[in-house]
Design a protein around this ligand. Structure first.
Ligand code: MD3
Ligand code: FE
Length: 203
């Protein structure tokens, strides 16, 4: 059995099927109010393959001109992000070991050909509180390394209902999604994968 880097806790099957379905319904309402947008790389404006939206007081966005940032409004509608569903704050309190409330839930949607390159999450002012990741729908191959680019990495699959808690030494680890395995879940009617990341942004 493979040993995960320190500070990473993978909880396979944390959410049963009915909880997963409830979450998908909650996210459908979020997306109806705050449509998925195409994130752009800073400067180049190159579109990412993932589509995104957010819920909670703050949302992570990126575009060509202004780059990576957290803001309180949807970049296209200009409206505040929808409230964070109670189900998500409940999960946060169950696994994060934080007594603060989560401020942002980034919703990433992956179609079968979407990827996310290796990167660090460092746009938050709070780099100590853990990040909580919830996977729904098709399985992906997730990769995580150390805090230095170019170091050793390990890969493991994330399936629907899995939770990963990224805390301690892993909070600044490089990580990414190498591939989606199509038709590995029947949770989402049109396939693909949803990842929800819950975060504290401000200290
Ligand atoms: C390791 N999302 O939104 S979640 C992201 O599956 C992101 O959509 C991926 O990377 C996804 O930034 C991976 C797992 C994850 C999230 C945050 C981390 C792993 C992490 C922060 C530090 C180290
Ligand atoms: Fe990330």
């Amino acid at each position: 059995m493979q040993v995960l880097p320190k500070g990473i806790r993978h909880i396979p099957g944390f959410l049963d099927r009915s909880r997963q379905q409830e979450l998908v319904e909650a996210i459908r309402l979020v997306v109806a109010e705050a449509p998925l947008f195409v994130p752009e790389m800073p400067k180049s404006g190159k579109p990412m393959s993932v589509r995104m939206t957010n819920c909670g007081p703050l949302g992570w966005v990126t575009d060509c001109e202004r780059g990576y940032r957290y803001q309180a409004e949807h970049p296209l509608t200009g409206r505040p992000w929808p409230a964070m569903p109670t189900l998500l704050t409940d999960i946060w309190h169950a696994v994060s070991a934080s007594d603060k409330e989560p401020e942002a839930c980034l919703v990433n949607f992956y179609s079968a050909d979407a990827r996310m390159g290796l990167h660090q999450d460092r746009d938050e002012r709070d780099l100590e509180t853990a990040v909580v990741s919830i996977s729904l729908g098709d399985t992906c191959l997730f990769r995580v390394g150390g805090r230095e680019r170019g170091g050793q990495t390990i890969s493991f699959k994330l399936a629907s209902g899995d939770i990963v808690v990224l805390g301690g030494e892993s909070r600044l680890a490089f990580h990414g999604v190498d591939r989606i395995y199509p038709n590995t879940s029947t949770l989402l009617k049109n396939g693909g994968r949803l990842n929800l990341t819950l975060r504290r942004v401000n200290v």
